[in-house]
Write a protein that binds this ligand. Structure first.
Ligand code: URA
Length: 440
């Protein structure tokens, strides 16, 4: 088959018309994303065709393999520790990777972590980490390998060397409403994870109104598809299905979430963030043979926090990646927004719902995420002090604090947020966060 524009259009047309693509066609598409031989509009058109028409498990497996092969795989064979990573399918206020990676490393695991940026309405670990002054997420492969060998953990993004096709496709999906699609999510997540040199992987597959999969059954389908790809490549995979109805924690926004992550590492993080962090960490420790039982794993993770070892490891990561390690002591070293505006409750009652999607849209309006691939994120803006489901609020009490670059956007975010927080006369117990563990 020839390459060039006609070939490109023929591939797009075949998927548009509902056909399964051949291995050669899928590899041609991924090559086009990597070497720039496909234009962004052609890549986007095929992404939309896949979103609409789907892919067979066979096509998804080829897509994932092609993304892995678009770069090199990390060689961590000289790292004697068990190498395990965690990846979330994306949520609102989901900062779990930031406290979890240093906790797991402090417990004796090696954590080579390739994360993503904000995607759709969800936040991204890389954008959060880059709110730390100086922090570098684009480490060369050798430096990534060396850092994991030296301090047991590195937190980076896709680079020109590691899963470069995902770097391109991820940015396009973010801006073209082609995120919520099982084959594309599988290719993106597993393309990165199979490039990391890991032995095992723990997945946090989210469902609910702030997740890409609204229904738990769809999240389970995604978890099984991700696990099948990992297992076929010889990796141990476990997946947790976790609820994403209200944002995780009390902050949404990059620097604000780093500050909350530091709180977690200091033992004063919000209960829901700690619950998910510990649940994922337990599976990592069990997989790595660091603990024999779940309570033992939990005790080790708690000990890494109470002893200060996890916080010290976080500061070590930040320093190794050229960030300002003083943020581990004092969030005052993180960027701060000039405008702070409270959202005041007009009535008294119990919090019955905080719509994660609404909060995400408010954060996006403030500039915490992107609407175009080339947009710059404002690291300082977002929402803090968010109330949680089940809490009581007095009339005139604060429902959340808005951090904005200017007054207009603060007011716009306030209008959006007003409609996202529901109060009522009776206390609702929050739904369980961890719905299911798959593969344990
Ligand atoms: N995380 C990723 O890395 N990719 C996706 O597609 C969704 C979540």
């Amino acid at each position: 088959m020839t390459s060039g524009p006609l070939f490109t259009q023929a591939i797009i047309a075949r998927k548009r018309d509902g056909h399964a693509l051949s291995e050669e066609e899928i590899r041609g598409f991924v090559r086009g994303a990597t070497d720039g031989s496909w234009a962004d509009y052609q890549l986007s058109a095929l992404l939309m065709a896949v979103w609409l028409r789907g892919m067979t498990p066979q096509e998804t497996a080829v897509l994932t393999d092609a993304i892995v092969r678009s770069g090199s795989a990390a060689d961590l064979s000289r790292v004697p520790r068990y190498k395990v990573d965690k990846h979330s399918t994306g949520g609102v206020g989901d900062k779990v990777s930031i406290p979890l990676a240093p906790m797991a490393a402090a417990c004796g695991l090696a954590v080579p972590m390739i994360s993503g940026r904000a995607l759709g309405h969800t936040g991204g670990t890389l954008d959060k980490l880059e709110s730390i002054p100086g922090f570098r997420t684009a480490l060369p492969l050798r430096e990534f390998e060396e850092q994991v060998a030296r301090i047991g953990v590195a937190l980076i993004g896709q680079t020109a060397e590691l899963a470069p096709a995902d770097r391109k496709l991820y940015a396009l999906r973010d801006a073209t409403a082609t995120v919520e699609c099982i084959p594309l999510i599988c290719g993106s997540i597993m393309g990165k994870k199979l490039s990391e040199g890991i032995d095992g992987l723990v997945l946090d597959v989210k469902f609910g109104r702030g997740a890409f999969m609204r229904e738990k059954a769809r999240a389970r389908e995604l978890a099984l598809a991700l696990s099948a790809i990992g297992t076929a490549s010889g990796k141990s995979v476990r997946a947790l299905l976790t609820a994403m109805e209200e944002p995780l924690g009390r902050t949404v926004g990059n620097a604000l979430e780093v500050a909350e992550s530091v709180d977690c590492l200091k033992g004063r993080g919000p209960a829901d963030v700690m619950e998910v962090t510990y649940a994922l960490g337990q599976q990592m420790l069990l997989m790595g043979g660091i603990a024999r039982t779940a309570p033992e794993a939990r005790a080790q993770l708690e000990q890494s926090v109470s002893s200060g070892a996890a916080l010290a490891k976080f500061a070590e990561i930040v320093a190794a990646q050229d960030g300002d390690p003083r943020v581990a002591d004092d969030p005052g070293f993180l960027p701060r927004a000039p405008i702070r505006l409270p959202l005041v409750s007009e009535s008294a009652g119990f919090v019955r719902g905080v719509d994660a999607m609404g909060v995400a849209l408010a954060a996006l309006r403030l500039g915490a995420g992107r609407t175009r691939a080339e947009d710059r994120i404002d690291p300082a803006v977002g929402v803090s002090a968010l109330v949680k489901v089940g809490e009581t609020v007095a009339r005139g009490g604060t429902l959340c604090m808005i951090h904005a670059a200017d007054r207009t956007r603060a007011e716009e975010a306030r209008t959006i947020l007003k409609a996202t927080i529901e109060l009522g006369p009776e206390r609702l117990a929050p739904a369980p966060l961890i719905a299911e563990v798959i593969g344990a």
